[in-house]
Design a protein around this ligand. Structure first.
Ligand code: CO
Length: 214
């Protein structure tokens, strides 16, 4: 059987099993969604967010792009973030990077990738900021992992710089922000950084005077 036909058949089986285990499941899903979390992850096929966290449909609002980046001029991700934070009022935003990220690896190489150059430039900037530390790491695989860590944390810091997050912190003291990394080698998540809602914001990034910070 072709892969594409298998998808439709497997979906049918999945829906039937859902109905069997919980006859009101789809009835409930029809009316509204109240996800507690926004997940920003990599498009990589090996990291399906609900599968690796064993969560039901309706639990997480999801945005995925190459290398899980939060870019200030990207209307796509900003629209998702605004809707999740302001309309759905999520309590948490997770940026989940992953070891073995091809996007991060591509940004470590001297190569012209056309359209992707502009996107990956965001990772090259992170590399540049951490160059003194990264250049000390001789093992390339280890340097790659470290750049995944730094890039993931940088996206959480990018979130903090947006008016969407700052406005929400000023208004309703949520959401909290999380930098996680998925370890392909074990299937387990690792917490890199947690930023509680209302944390201090450096003066040059602060848009709301009521938010403190250095
Ligand atoms: Co990736």
């Amino acid at each position: 059987m072709k892969n594409i036909e298998k998808l439709i058949l497997q979906n049918k089986a999945w829906a039937q099993e859902r109905r069997l285990n919980d006859p009101a499941f789809f009835e409930r899903q029809q009316h509204s969604q109240k996800p507690h979390t926004l997940w920003i992850g990599c498009s990589d096929s090996r990291i399906p967010p609900d599968l690796i966290t064993d969560t039901d449909p309706g639990s997480m609002f999801v945005h995925r792009n190459i290398a899980n980046l939060v870019v200030h001029t990207d209307l796509n991700s900003l629209s998702v973030i605004q809707y999740a934070v302001e309309a759905l009022e999520v309590d948490h935003v997770i940026v989940c990077g992953h070891y073995g990220c091809g996007g991060v690896n591509a940004a470590m190489k001297e190569q012209d990738l056309g359209l992707l150059n502009g996107w990956l430039a965001n990772i090259r900037e992170v590399y540049h900021q951490h160059r003194p530390e990264l250049s000390q790491i001789k093992d390339e695989a280890e340097r790659w992992q470290r750049l995944v860590d730094h890039t993931t944390r940088a996206q959480v810091h990018n979130l903090m710089k947006t008016a969407i997050i700052q406005r929400s912190w000023a208004k309703r003291k949520a959401p909290s922000l999380h930098a996680w990394v998925y370890q392909l080698q074990s299937g387990e998540l690792k917490v890199l950084e947690t930023v509680p809602a209302g944390s201090g914001i450096d003066a040059e990034y602060r848009l709301f005077p009521e938010l403190g910070g250095a």
